[in-house]
Design a protein around this ligand. Sequence first.
Ligand SMILES: [Zn+2]
Length: 157
Amino acid sequence: MALSALVKKLLFARQFEIDNGRVNMLGMRKVIISPDVISELCSTDSKTVYKAAKSALKKDTSHLKDDMGVTGKQLLDFSIQLLEAYGVGNLQLINIELKSKRAMFIVNDSVFAKKGGCGFTAGALAGVLSVMFDSDVDVKETMCASKADHCQFEVKP
Ligand SMILES: [Zn+2]
């Protein structure tokens, strides 16, 4: 069984458990669902999915920062690994400028690109970055693997 380095660490530290109808990750209850659910919701109302993903990832990232003491570059790395563990795809940070609140990510092998649903990834990144920047920001997908070889996301200026 192949597991990401983060998931191995979480399992070792008993921070990832599936038992009795409960999935717990880092003290937060999660649910494992088909990406088709998110793609379907996105095709109905992409804005609401974006907002919900942003709000959820803001909570997750704040939990890591405030309750688990993860800060700075570690917080960003951890959040990126967490999003990968959630299964959205292979995330790469291209650049981040904390002062001017700019950032660019690319996602290879997105679970959503072929079916629609990249609004979830954009919202999730917006949630993470809003905590990183300590200021509310929005993220826009500027290129999609449905038309290119990867998805690209940037903070909206
Ligand atoms: Zn995309």
